[in-house]
Design a protein around this ligand. Structure first.
Ligand code: ADP
Ligand code: MG
Length: 606
């Protein structure tokens, strides 16, 4: 009798765990969708939701591209057009099966998105929105002027989507097909966002410099999300062509491109469910306004566009996270019970032998226009040493850091890391070779947890890409990465804060988090830029303890720091910079006694 008691008590817990599992929740959402399709809902509402499904696919792409990746596109309607026209043309004029034309559409979409993306995404910020406007306009006029595509009349008589004698391109069967695809895309997207690739995309939005220093190829990721968003739009276009049974250029113009963005921003472009809610809200609002406004104003016209414009301005001003910020905060956060007990530990790289040369900097020089920020600076670091880099503000310490870690291109000089010349390599290649760094001004992903931010540091120790993440084939590796992040956070005394939102941390813990993130890359050399700035006395002492412990484990550290107590306490040697030059180099005791250094700091003539 007593033996059965624990299992009886365990059952509700197991049931609860089961109900909380994401798979079960998602299956439940699918089941609700199927139930809705067979329930006695008026056909009008099925039709409305069919249109909303078509918008939703496009909007999911915008969540990834704009909400998460920070890239704005007004040209998504053009990609919808490519999907729609490819399928319409190939099935009407060439007699292809509509089940094949979808792939042709995806292929053409991929090619065009690669070309548009490749040209524009290497340029900074505002070129993409402008380029997507140009792209949307030119494709619209192309569709409207090509004879084979029926000019502005378009293509009529697009065949239905038949599945074994069943027409799935209308009514309730279309509802199941379209919403099935929307849900698959939404869940795939949620999986992607909660993965190694997702962290890379979010990091890129926060700071390209930081993402590159963590080993992320930001151009590749930008092009990747641009193509993925275009593919979702293309699928929507394919569905649209066979749902409407006719295509013409007007639904694929710039106005619709803007409207997609409007729906996403209204709902909350950074949130999958928020953005989809935006599509529902816009469609309902549009229907109401189309009836109401002409009555109120006494004339007919598309006045709802004006209302949308005003609403958009208000939302951007007062609810930058969209309507979702009104709803989302009341929903329980995802139950975070990461279980990494079975995850294998990550592989570690071979470390330099004690005393071996780790870093040799020779005649490093950096010019910003007329200003020479770093003038022919040389120094070196041996394995197991902590070298301090000090000097007054503006001396060129951070610039030296950025030159060594590849964040800035150098004007002249060489940097050798573990015997290999690395000057001229991009930051992510230098990171790959085992150089970890922090930033003077903390760069993180504020909306993610401390644990996830630190796991970003282990980016280069994982392999799984976006597709594996979407299909959830990355879980073992993901648990290993999170486990490593937790280990580094515990090492640095932040084991209690794993699941706190990084943006809510005070300055001190944020800096410690950056150190843990750098340690996650399994570095042989750690570059710390003012790690003690903003730390309280006790935190500084804990930091000094961590630095000594790292050195004892064979780590080499280059430390830029203003807190002289800390620098004198932990460093083996110190390089002093002033006006971009190396003023002197020596042991802490030598530096402390140097009249040159005192003069530099106190501004006394020497
Ligand atoms: P430190 O870290 O020692 O305080 P920095 O390396 O940040 O000094 O700056 C050295 C000098 O280079 C300063 O005069 C600074 O204004 C200048 N500088 C730094 N970054 C840039 C930049 N991106 N463009 C132009 N000047 C810069
Ligand atoms: Mg600095």
């Amino acid at each position: 009798m007593t033996a059965s008691a624990p299992s009886a008590a365990a059952r509700p817990a197991a049931l609860q765990h089961w109900l909380h599992s994401a798979t079960v929740q998602r299956l439940a959402v699918f089941a609700c969708m199927l139930l809705y399709a067979v329930a006695p809902v008026p056909d009008f509402w099925i039709t409305q939701l069919n249109y909303i499904a078509l918008y939703s696919l496009v909007i999911l792409g915008l969540v990834l591209l704009t909400g998460i990746g920070g890239l704005t596109s007004f040209g998504q309607a053009a990609f919808v057009g490519i999907g729609a026209y490819s399928s319409a043309y190939l099935s009407v004029s060439m007699g292809w099966s509509p089940w094949l034309t979808v792939f042709a559409g995806l292929f053409i979409t991929t090619l065009s998105a690669l070309v548009v993306g490749w040209i524009t995404l290497r340029m900074s910020g505002h070129y993409l929105p402008l380029a997507t406007i140009a792209w949307g306009l030119s494709l619209y006029y192309l569709m409207g002027n090509v004879d084979a595509l029926g000019k502005y009349d378009g293509i009529q008589g697009v065949p239905a989507l038949m599945l074994g004698g069943w027409d799935v391109s209308q009514g309730r069967s279309f509802f199941v097909l379209a919403w099935g695809l929307v849900l698959l895309a939404a869940f795939g997207l949620l999986n992607l966002l909660d993965s190694r690739s997702g962290r890379a995309i979010r990091a890129m939005r926060s700071s390209v410099l930081m993402a590159e220093a963590m080993g992320v190829n930001t151009l590749r990721h930008k092009i990747g999300i641009f193509v993925l968003a275009a593919l979702l739009a293309s699928v929507s276009g394919w569905l649209f062509a066979h749902f409407q049974r006719t295509v013409n250029p007007s639904p694929f113009g710039l106005r619709m491109g803007i409207e997609y963005l409007f729906m996403a921003v209204l709902g909350g472009v950074g949130f999958v469910w928020g953005a989809l809610g935006g599509a529902v809200l816009t469609k309902l609002l549009e229907d109401q306004l189309q009836v109401l406004l002409p009555k109120l104003l006494g004339t007919s016209g598309s006045y709802e566009v004006i209302v949308f414009g005003v609403v958009l301005v208000l939302v951007l001003k007062y609810l930058p996270d969209g309507m979702w910020s009104l709803v989302g905060r009341f929903l329980p956060g995802p139950a975070r019970v990461p279980d990494w007990s079975h995850a294998p530990a990550l592989a570690v790289r071979s470390k330099p032998a004690a005393g071996a040369s780790v870093l040799e900097v020779q005649d490093l020089r950096k010019q910003f226009g007329g200003l020479t920020a770093v003038k022919d600076v040389s120094f070196s670091i041996q394995a197991g040493q902590i070298v301090g880099l000090i000097g007054p503000n503006g001396a060129g310490k951070s610039t030296t850091f950025n030159l060594v870690s590849g964040v800035l291109g150098l004007t002249s000089g060489t940097v050798r890391f573990r015997g290999e010349t690395i000057s001229g390599l991009p930051a992510r290649e230098i990171a790959r070779r085992g150089m970890g760094r922090t930033f003077q001004h903390v760069k993180m992903i504020p909306e993610l947890t401390v644990l996830e931010n630190v796991a970003l540091g282990a980016q280069l120790r994982g392999r799984k890409g976006a597709l594996a993440s979407m299909l959830r084939l990355d879980r073992t590796e993901e648990q290993s990465l999170l486990r490593e992040a937790a280990r580094q956070l515990e090492r640095i005394g932040m084991g209690h804060a794993l699941f706190e939102q990084a943006g809510n941390l005070a300055m001190g813990p944020q800096r410690l988090m950056e150190i843990a993130r750098a340690l996650c890359s399994d570095p042989s050399l750690l570059l710390l830029d003012e790690p003690a700035a903003g730390l309280r006395h006790q935190e500084k002492q804990a930091l000094a303890g961590v630095l000594r412990q790292l050195r004892a484990e064979g780590m080499s550290i280059l430390l830029v720091e203003h807190d002289m107590g800390l620098v004198m306490d932990v460093t083996d040697r110190i390089v002093v910079m002033e006006f971009g030059t190396r003023l002197m180099e020596g042991t802490p005791a030598e530096v402390q006694q140097s009249p040159l250094v005192r003069a530099a700091y106190l501004g006394v003539e020497h």
